[in-house]
Design a protein around this ligand. Structure first.
Ligand SMILES: Cc1ncc(C[n+]2csc(CCOP(=O)(O)OP(=O)(O)O)c2C)c(N)n1
Length: 686
């Protein structure tokens, strides 16, 4: 069976083993072109799974490209969502979507998101990207099929590093317990993950014995031998009274000599030269319409840029970062500050850092880089955020100073109950780094863009939350939180290069806001502003206040610049780097002095906006005083794939959006529409 007409049962295409090999090779070529056009993505794992993808989508799974929601189709769950391009190519080669469209991978508004989203592309069964969840979804799909007395099969593709997630084993237990013989697990055992070899990061072997002990049938195969792949899939599909797992031995980067077995190619895309070399090695250099694919990607991108430009508020000049000869900024990733602090402070023997398989990217590896004497205090925990969180509490209980971090969404959401009960309830001294926060994470898309983490962290008793504004402040905040602050603490920072707007002299006091004032347009952006601790600042009778945290502080500063140049408005920018405990006095004073308070956060609106609003409404000093408020942030929606600065525009969190909102609020202030006696004293405006 396989690709068929769901109405007539006619098989539309039957591939031989040799044809499947050929198709898999072509799919590898398209994959690399798509990654190159996207300039990001995962080469290693998409190449290791490609033979299985070809066998599954072109021969083994029953489905109908004309009827993607056919109730009797087989379901394929990609638990390892980062291999999305292989899924898209499986669908494209089966006829669900045009092959050339995979060149739109990871672009804004594209159905070909960095991680699969079933609501965007017919044929994608479920949305994934947070590792370890797919097998549980597959268990649900298999249970539903049993309840409905349906015969279709559920396939679930996983990675071997992914086996470190505890949830996998809860699902494995469930599948074994319920004897789900309609469920087929597939493990792409390429032996590598991000931080290195799986056996070194956190050994998962012997996988066969583990699955067997959970009541599964186990088939071990060479995942690049097409005959073995097809036979195993067909055998597993036939069922044997219990779930089957196919453990496929594969090579990460398969087919491209310089990518094979190299951990560095996990999350990397080839450049043009590397692409040409790869296509040559695959014997595809003359076979793929490479130029047409790139042209397709470029045309789509031009349309994206046109749409984005139309969305942007317009002013008399272009104030975008480094667009003019004045107000130049240097940009550096905020995450570097975190690593710099760990490198500088890691000699304290209490400091213990956990690796969660994203160590280089979030810079926590700086703790031990070139410092072999610290190696015993570097503990690789693998992709197991929940257990690591509770283990950190255990270390803290014994007087250690544990630090762990990963994408903010996995550092503060996946393990929320562990943070709540193991760490916060016990009030333990643990530093959690929520890295890659906000939409500016970019092309990875919604699953990797933490937009709710600060809600969760600020909502926990005993927790302290700092969101520094640039690389320098990230270093200072880490210095403070690591060694001086005792208790649960969360630091959230961004991935991309953001403007450096503070220096060594800029004050950083935990729990105390800074006032930033735009003075004059000069050569360097940073020198155009004066920064003081809010407690040392004297009211200058500004027109309005913008309160921001994280990389929204530079945007708020640029908004202050726009407002001054274009409208003559003076803005008090408050850098509220500490979200908890909140500097209520600074907020109340700013509200009192200016009467207009606009918040700006790279988060769902409310982690900053609501505490600020509540500080204002609860303040006896402001009872009866009309305060006009507004909020800039993500408006109750999930993220999207796209380039970081494109997303800043799409999600309306740029300086231009802040400035436009400020102008609107100033219109209200000037019209004196707010009468203290007649109106409620807080006018919320979004
Ligand atoms: C819950 C979660 N934690 C961390 C990540 C980041 N991440 C993406 S891929 C990956 C490594 C996966 O390794 P493996 O399962 O072996 O896949 P492969 O090497 O085949 O690509 C990690 C840690 C994630 N996507 N989800």
């Amino acid at each position: 069976m396989s690709i068929q007409n769901s109405k007539t049962g006619e098989v539309l295409r039957a591939y031989t083993i040799d044809e499947l090999k050929q198709q898999a090779n072509l799919m590898r070529g398209y994959d690399l072109v798509a990654l190159c056009a996207a300039t990001s993505g995962h080469a290693g794992g998409t190449l290791s799974i490609m033979d299985i993808a070809a066998a599954l989508y072109l021969r083994v799974a029953n489905h109908d490209p004309q009827n993607p929601n056919w109730p009797d189709r087989d379901r394929v769950v990609w638990s390892t969502g980062h291999k999305a391009p292989s899924l898209y190519l499986g669908l494209a080669f089966a006829g669900f979507c045009p092959k050339e469209d995979v060149a739109l991978l990871r672009k804004l508004y594209s159905p070909y998101q960095g991680h699969p989203h079933w609501l965007k592309l017919p044929g994608v069964e479920v949305s994934t990207g947070s590792l370890g969840q797919g097998l549980s979804i597959a268990v649900g799909l298999a249970l539903a099929a049993k309840l409905d007395k349906k015969d279709h099969r559920i396939f679930c593709i996983m990675g071997d590093g992914e086996q470190q997630e505890g949830q996998i084993w809860e699902a494995a237990m469930e599948a074994g317990h319920f004897k789900l013989d309609n469920l087929v697990g597939i493990v792409d055992r390429n032996r590598l993950q991000i931080d290195g070899w799986v056996k070194d990061v956190m050994n998962v072997e012997p996988l066969e014995d583990k699955y067997r002990s959970f009541g599964w049938e186990v088939l071990t195969i060479d995942g690049h031998d097409m005959k073995q792949v097809v036979e195993a899939l067909e055998k597993a599909k036939a069922g044997c009274g219990k779930p089957t797992v196919i453990i496929a031995d594969t090579i990460k980067g398969k087919g491209v000599s310089f990518m094979e077995n190299v951990a560095g190619w996990h999350g990397k895309a080839p450049n043009l030269e590397e692409l040409n070399k790869s296509l040559k090695e695959l014997g595809l250099d003359a076979q793929l319409p490479v130029d047409e694919l790139f042209a397709h990607a470029r045309k789509y991108q031009a349309e994206v840029e046109r749409k984005l430009d139309a969305k942007m508020p317009k002013f008399h000049r272009n104030y975008w970062w480094n667009a003019a000869d004045t107000m130049k900024v240097q940009m550096k990733p905020t995450r570097l500050g975190f690593g710099q602090s760990l490198a500088a402070n890691g000699d304290d023997p209490r400091v213990v850092c956990f690796g969660l398989d994203i160590s280089g990217s979030i810079t926590i590896s700086e703790f031990y880089a070139n410092k072999p004497e610290r190696k015993s205090r570097w503990i690789s925990m693998g992709i197991a955020e929940q257990s690591a969180t509770s283990a950190a509490a255990g270390l803290a209980k014994e007087g250690k100073l544990p630090v762990f971090g990963t994408y903010a969404t996995f550092a503060a959401a996946r393990n929320l109950d562990q943070i709540r009960t193991s760490i916060c309830y016990g009030n333990f001294n643990v530093l959690i780094a929520g890295a890659h926060g906000g939409v500016s994470v970019g092309p990875d898309g919604a699953t990797h863009q933490a937009l709710e983490d600060c809600f969760a962290m600020c909502g926990l008793p005993n927790m302290n939350v700092v969101v520094p504004c640039d690389m320098v402040e990230t270093r200072k905040a880490t210095d403070y939180l690591l060694l001086k602050h005792v208790g649960p603490k969360y630091i959230r920072f961004a991935r991309e290069a953001t403007p450096i707007v503070t220096d060594e002299k800029t004050p950083f006091v935990f729990g105390k806001a800074n006032v930033i004032r735009m003075r004059r347009e000069v050569a360097n952006f940073i020198e155009a502003f004066e920064t003081k601790l809010e407690s040392e600042y004297r009211n200058e009778g500004e027109d309005l206040t913008i309160i921001a945290c994280g990389p929204m502080v530079p945007e708020a500063m640029r908004a202050a610049y726009i407002l001054k140049q274009e409208f003559g408005y003076e803005t008090r920018v408050l850098n509220l780097h500490t979200l908890k405990p909140l500097d209520k006095q600074a907020i109340v004073r700013a509200a009192h002095d200016t009467g207009v308070v606009l918040t700006a956060e790279e988060h769902q609106i409310g982690a900053l906006a609501w505490p600020v609003a509540s500080a204002i409404t609860e303040s006896p000093e402001l009872y009866g005083t009309p305060i006009i408020t507004g909020a800039i942030g993500v408006k109750d929606r999930f993220g999207d794939s796209g380039a970081p600065w494109e997303l800043i525009k799409e999600f309306e969190v740029s300086a231009e959006h802040i400035a436009a909102k400020a102008v609107e609020l100033m219109g209200v202030k000037k019209s004196k529409a707010v009468e203290p006696a007649a109106e409620p004293h807080l006018i919320a405006s979004k």
